[in-house]
Design a protein around this ligand. Structure first.
Ligand code: OXT
Ligand code: ADP
Ligand code: MG
Length: 576
């Protein structure tokens, strides 16, 4: 008896052990998830440290929402789930907007949050940061899982990865209670419990009949149009999409984040003839774009009176007929669908009607010519066009740079003015038109691609994530932020006619955002003319140093809600 008791500790010492911390790190690495965006704290502080020590890149933010937006856009850029790591309750909630945003935009992302003890939370006994996080996350994401046993970490992460990237991509929540991290188990058994996800997003091959139907509808068109959405950009089927568009001879309209999939300067690009092609087309083929508010739901004034037939290529069958009848649904992944369409076209496909392409081209040239002189002004204070004129040339000269863009006028005018030349180079507010994606997207774009980043930010938009300039400086990322500072939301000119408080849409006049960057060791510049702006941005892009340029824009230059003023209700009873 005494002998046995003496032997036991020896046997225990000999057993190699692992724990929840290590298993989670091993599971992430096994699946190639080697970057984490997050904010440390109880109960995941040590996890972040250990992950870093194990070779995972851990980017520590100032607010979880920005880390979440970084993870979401990392998912878009890489087709792998972007990982965001937060603490419990408040940190989790801070990350939740980004998780919902990822789901809405069809970006694969996993929000991993530490949580408090189940036994206490479920009895509502007031644990530290008590919250039933799984229940709260569920309606806001594609799937939500909780892992209670260290031996289930491998399966838990595998389920999260598959849910995020297969079919229509989206956000997934993974709940890891504090106790899980410290759970110890046999190292060999732990290793065996890990799962390497094979073929996480299996190809979804379209039915041959669907391909034939789509091509028949396209062939019958007199005024066809192809709309490319960010799903097409996400699919990374760039060559096939380009071949298909060129072989079809059909004008294409890129949605905002699909700009550059084919260059905006491509002869078939109808970006500068948007109203014309929406109104006058008779067959519209959507590739990875939804008929949501951004396309006026496929009906109404924007689409004109002529009857239209829609072809829709999408991985999500339920997307079909969501707003209008889809005459030719093609369900499958875009790579497989476009390859099948190309094959179905054979070698003798007749290009789309040339008179229609000609009409679109002349409308486009007309709009481009109308805008050109406005882009050349060197006014001070700057207007949007003068400032964008120089930034447009900078992107033309540096087509590999990634452009991040948010605001209202700053967003809408940048989208129209700045041509994009390569796929997945334009990142913006996406389906919700959400402000606050800016700095998170800058950080993830720089980290995931290693390319220089130019952010064009409204002063309001920047304020939602501005503190992350410290993060940009801390990691010394090649990010140049240009703030279009017009002293407010849409404009800086509103006045409160009845009291001394400022009007709700205006900020401190003449703010110097450039000094925020200087506070953290980055370069800050105040630019008052397009020439100054050009010099400052070129210097920043050449040096790769974190830079913030405060571009002083005429406070009266913008319009309410940018180009979506029609969605902004105005009271007829308002006191003047
Ligand atoms: O064909 P026509 O003749 O029609 O012409 C079109 C094109 O053919 C032509 N065009 C061109 N011409 C010449 N050359 C070229 N290259 C060219 N390219 C195009 O130009 C026109 C217009 O083309 P476009 O833009 O393609 O077409 P259109 O009709 O605009 O397209 C419709 C849409 C709906 C697809 C498009 O407008 C779109 O994508 N819009 C997105 C809008 C959006 O998402 N906006 C952001 C939200 S606004 C508001 O909600 C804001 N908030 C509230 C808030 C939010 N959002 N989030 C959170 C978390 N909290 C609060 C706030 C606080 S904005 C905001 C801050 C704003 O202030 P800032 O200081 O940041 O910004 P400033 O406004 O600058 O002050
Ligand atoms: P945009 O805002 O650019 O118009 P949306 O976000 O509305 O684009 O639409 C993107 C669409 O692309 C979604 O309906 C989504 O299901 C689809 N999608 C995403 N990835 C793929 C893919 N790999 N294959 C097919 N469809 C995809
Ligand atoms: Mg503004």
């Amino acid at each position: 008896m005494a002998e046995a008791a003496l032997k036991k500790p020896e046997a225990e010492e000999a057993e190699e052990l692992t724990d929840g911390f290590n298993l989670m790190i091993d599971a992430l690495k096994l699946n190639g998830l080697t970057t984490i965006y997050g904010v440390p704290g109880i109960p995941i502080t040590d996890f972040g440290r250990m992950a870093q020590a194990a070779g995972i890149r851990v980017l520590s933010f100032r607010h979880e929402q920005n880390a979440g937006y970084a993870a979401a856009i990392a998912g878009f850029l890489t087709k792998k789930p972007g990982v965001c790591l937060t603490v419990s309750a408040p940190g989790f909630l801070n990350g939740l907007t980004a998780l919902a945003h990822a789901t809405t935009n069809c970006f694969p992302m996993i929000l991993i949050s530490g949580s408090s003890e189940r036994e206490v939370v479920d009895l509502q006994q007031g644990d530290y940061e008590e919250m039933d996080q799984l229940a709260i996350a569920k309606p806001l994401c594609k799937a939500a899982f909780r892992v209670l046993h260290a031996a289930d970490i491998g399966i838990g992460l595998a389920r999260a990865i598959r849910a995020a990237v297969s079919g229509r991509p989206g956000g997934v929540y993974l709940d890891l209670p504090a106790k899980l991290f410290g759970q110890v188990m046999n190292a060999e058994a732990g290793k065996k419990s890990l799962v390497k996800v094979i073929d996480a997003a299996p190809a979804q091959i379209p039915a041959p009949t669907a391909i034939k139907r789509a091509l028949d509808v396209l062939k019958g068109a007199k005024r066809p149009l192809i709309i490319l959405g960010k799903g097409a950009a996400y699919a990374q089927a760039d060559d096939a999409i380009r071949s298909f568009v060129e072989k079809s001879g059909v004008p294409f309209l890129p949605m905002s984040m699909a700009k550059g999939l084919l260059p905006d300067t491509h002869p078939q690009c109808a970006g500068a003839a948007r109203s014309t092609v929406l109104k006058d087309s008779d067959v519209v083929m959507l590739i990875g774009a939804r008929l949501n508010w951004l396309l006026s739901h496929g009906k109404g004034k924007a689409w004109g009176d002529a009857p239209k037939k829609f072809i829709q290529v999408d991985i999500e069958p339920k997307e079909m007929d969501s707003n209008v009848e889809i005459a030719a649904p093609v369900v499958g992944d875009i790579g497989s669908c476009v390859a099948a369409l190309l094959e179905g076209m054979g070698n003798s496909w007749t290009k789309g009607p040339t008179d229609w392409m000609g009409a679109v081209s002349s409308k486009r040239e007309e709009n481009v010519a109308k805008m050109a002189p406005r882009l050349m002004n060197n006014n001070s204070p700057m207007d949007y066009h003068g400032a964008l004129g120089v930034l447009r040339t900078i992107i033309k000269e540096r087509p590999d740079a990634i452009l991040v863009n948010e605001g209202a006028n700053t967003l809408d005018l940048t989208r129209g003015v700045i041509d994009m030349y390569k796929p997945r180079k334009r990142l913006d507010v996406g389906t919700w038109g959400v402000m606050g994606i800016g700095m998170g997207q800058c950080i993830a774009a720089a980290v995931e691609t290693g390319k220089p980043v130019l952010a064009i930010e409204g002063d309001s938009a920047f304020g939602f994530s501005g503190m992350e300039v410290e993060t940009i400086c801390r990691y010394n990322l090649p990010v140049c932020i240009v703030i279009f500072n017009n002293d407010g939301i849409y404009r800086g000119t509103d006045v409160n006619s009845v009291g001394s408080d400022p009007a709700p849409t205006v900020f401190v006049k003449g703010s110097r955002y450039d000094r925020m960057m200087e506070a953290f060791g980055g370069v800050g510049i105040h630019a008052t003319t397009p020439d100054e702006l050009k010099r400052a941005v070129n210097a920043a892009m050449d040096s790769g140093k974190p830079t913030l340029i405060n571009a002083a824009i005429d406070p009266a230059a913008g319009s309410e809600s940018g180009r979506i003023g029609n969605l902004n209700p105005q009271s007829k009873l308002k006191k003047k």
